[in-house]
Design a protein around this ligand. Structure first.
Ligand code: ATP
Ligand code: MG
Length: 237
């Protein structure tokens, strides 16, 4: 089986700070890889290096076996990666429908077909009644849903979610968890960053713990839960 997403020795520095220090990880189709670590551990930097937003200083990124290291974000996205951001980046002055059309404008489909797809996706995300509103009119949690919907429009085989549950009410969290389960059930490889360990442990097939840019533990949920290095990194004891 081809690995959906793989990094080898991924390294990123900001001046003297080593934000990522030789990170090797892999995730296959249908697998959810949880990524945990304290603030500043390097989680978002990892996603930024994978999706091409940051150019790594060392190492490589492979998408479905193809090396994409250092490629710009739109090229990496076309290889089959979608992502959401820790702070949602919606197109604020565009309607919800138009937000969803942006990533599929180059697809061979009529406007009517694409609009129907976008409406179906908004219905699935319980946002259909707001389809003609500007994105800036949505609440913070609704913007996270909109971003998730936009990410799914091109049906990417790999998705990366950066803190989808942060600042989200438990009812909406539960809804998002179900949507994420649908993604892995559909065979997508999911990279999931969260400080909500309960959700991470529920969703992940494997978990990677980062600390100061390095993987300090990796394994199944039970391996990670009681791992002394993880406990020390989280609690400082
Ligand atoms: N663009 C940047 N310029 C300079 N330093 C950066 C930049 N992006 C990240 N860093 C630094 O890299 C380190 C890792 O940051 P990162 O955002 O990846 O952490 P994180 O694990 O996502 O943390 P959090 O849980 O708070 O979101 C931090 O020390 C941060 O200050
Ligand atoms: Mg982060």
């Amino acid at each position: 089986m081809t690995v959906a997403i793989e990094t080898r020795g991924l390294t990123k520095r900001f001046g003297g700070l080593v934000a990522l220090d030789g990170v090797d990880l892999r995730a296959g189709a249908g697998e959810t890889l949880g990524i945990i670590g304290v603030n500043g551990a390097g989680k978002t930097t990892l996603m930024n290096c994978i999706c091409g937003l940051y150019r790594p200083d060392g190492g490589d990124v492979f998408v479905s076996g193809t090396r994409v290291t250092g490629q710009p974000p739109h090229v990496v996205a076309h290889k089959g990666i979608g992502r959401t951001f820790q702070v949602p980046r919606v197109f604020r002055k565009m309607s919800l429908i138009d937000n969803l059309l942006v990533p599929v404008l180059d697809q061979h489909a009529t406007d009517a077909e694409l609009t129907e797809r976008a409406e179906g996706m908004l219905a699935r995300m319980h946002l259909i009644d707001l389809r003609h509103n500007y994105a800036e009119e949505l609440s913070g949690g609704q913007q996270k849903l909109l971003e998730m919907a936009r990410m799914l429009m091109p049906d990417p085989p790999i998705v990366m979610l950066d803190e989808p549950f942060a600042g989200v009410h438990p009812v909406l969290c539960k809804f998002m968890i179900e949507r994420i389960e649908e993604m892995s059930d559909a065979g997508k490889a999911v990279l999931l960053i969260s400080h909500d360990l309960t959700s991470i442990y529920r969703l992940s097939t494997r978990v990677v713990a980062l600390n100061q840019g390095k993987i300090i533990a990796e394994g199944g949920v039970d391996d990670i839960r009681g791992n002394p290095a993880v406990i020390e990194a989280y609690l400082g004891t």
